[in-house]
Design a protein around this ligand. Structure first.
Ligand code: C5P
Length: 348
């Protein structure tokens, strides 16, 4: 990649955004051991910082979170290895991840880091596959990784890896409670098998997608089929979830749901004031609370276009490191300095 003066870019700093599942239906067990899903993915502006330094050959990863491995157990490193093998390049990289997205919280942090590494190294190594060409690699890495090549509000089918951006994009505020209690996705899916009944007739996701989303009426149809299994897997969370849901709903949430296989629970609000209100009630009740806004498809694309355009400071800035989760809602938003907007559905 050429930058001013013609020197090749050596460092790229990008954000890896989190996601929530606005709804999730499990339709059945597939031949490959995975589950057939219908889900609505939504990117949010809570993010990890990923800094990638070009290296002649060595490829390694470093993360500031104790639960994130520094070896091939790290999905971001596997993403880099997969791209290097696929594109037959010999170059290397050092990947630094500053974690802000809770680990094991159903917010897609590991998958998003992996997709960010694919998009960034595709550019830094001059491979040039682009998001469409990276899809097959992303699918091999994990069911949620392909979504992060697209972002915004999207329908996920198959294992969740067939991703279709929705014509209508959701702009809303979120209040997220992420208990310090990782839940294993595969364990939750295994529990679903014990209680799974055939679901061909289930249609809440399709009702949501085909509704015009007018006046927020569509959100209450959405549910998360993994919630029961997640609370069986982590029974200690059940009483907390009851309390959290009650507070979110009384605070005016149009949707209150577990994200993915948990353990994060979120409320969706059409208005920043209500979101702040729910956040403070939850804090007073002793919960760790994050606040976020949705990132639409246009905002996600705009962010990546800007990030890949030029060099960024190599260091994860002190300012970024000192940010803490509770302040998230006040941080920069990929949409720029826009004033807080309510829940709006935008045509793409
Ligand atoms: O693809 P990924 O490694 O992120 O998935 C983690 C686990 O979640 C899988 O090993 C599988 O047990 C379960 N899963 C599933 N069906 C899906 C997605 C994930 O059973 N559609």
């Amino acid at each position: 990649m050429a930058v001013k003066g013609g020197a090749p870019a050596r460092v790229l700093r990008v954000r890896a955004f989190a996601k929530v599942n606005l709804g999730l239906e499990v339709l059945g067990l597939r031949q490959d051991g995975y589950h057939e899903l219908r889900t609505i993915f939504q990117t949010i502006d809570l993010h990890d910082d990923v800094v990638i330094h070009l290296r002649p050959r060595a490829l390694d990863v470093e993360c500031d979170h104790p639960l994130v491995p520094g070896d091939e157990g790290n999905l971001a490193l596997r993403a880099a290895l997969e791209l290097r093998r696929h594109a037959r390049v010999t170059r290397g990289a050092r990947i630094e991840i500053a974690k802000r997205i809770p680990v094991g919280g159903g917010l897609g942090g590991g998958s998003s880091d992996a997709a960010a590494v694919l998009l960034a190294l595709d550019r830094l190594w001059g491979v040039g596959l682009g998001p469409a060409g990276l899809q097959p690699l992303a699918r091999r890495l994990g069911a949620d990784v392909p979504f992060f090549l697209t972002g915004g509000t999207a329908l996920g089918l198959g294992r969740g890896d067939e991703v279709y951006p929705l014509w209508t994009q959701v702009r809303a505020h979120l209040v997220i409670v992420a208990p310090d209690r990782p839940v294993s996705t595969s364990a939750v899916f295994a529990r679903v098998d014990q209680s799974l009944t055939p679901r061909e007739n289930s249609n809440t996701i399709f009702r949501f997608v085909s509704s015009d989303l007018e006046g927020l009426r569509a959100f209450p149809v959405l549910t998360n089929d993994l919630e029961r299994a997640a609370l069986e897997e982590a029974p200690d969370l059940a009483p907390q979830v009851r309390r959290i849901r009650g507070i979110l709903v009384r605070g005016g949430a149009v949707l209150a749901s577990l994200s993915g296989s948990g353990s994060s629970f979120f409320g969706l609000y059409d208005d920043a004031r209500r979101a702040r209100g729910a956040q403070s009630v939850l804090r007073d009740a002793g919960f760790e609370v994050l606040r976020a806004r949705t990132v639409t498809l246009d905002q996600y694309r705009g962010f990546w276009a800007r990030s890949l355009r030029g060099l960024r400071d190599a260091r994860v800035s002190n300012q970024a490191r000192s940010r803490h989760h509770g302040d998230h809602g006040r941080q920069g938003h990929p949409g720029g300095g826009r004033k807080a907007q309510g829940l709006r559905v935008d045509r793409v």
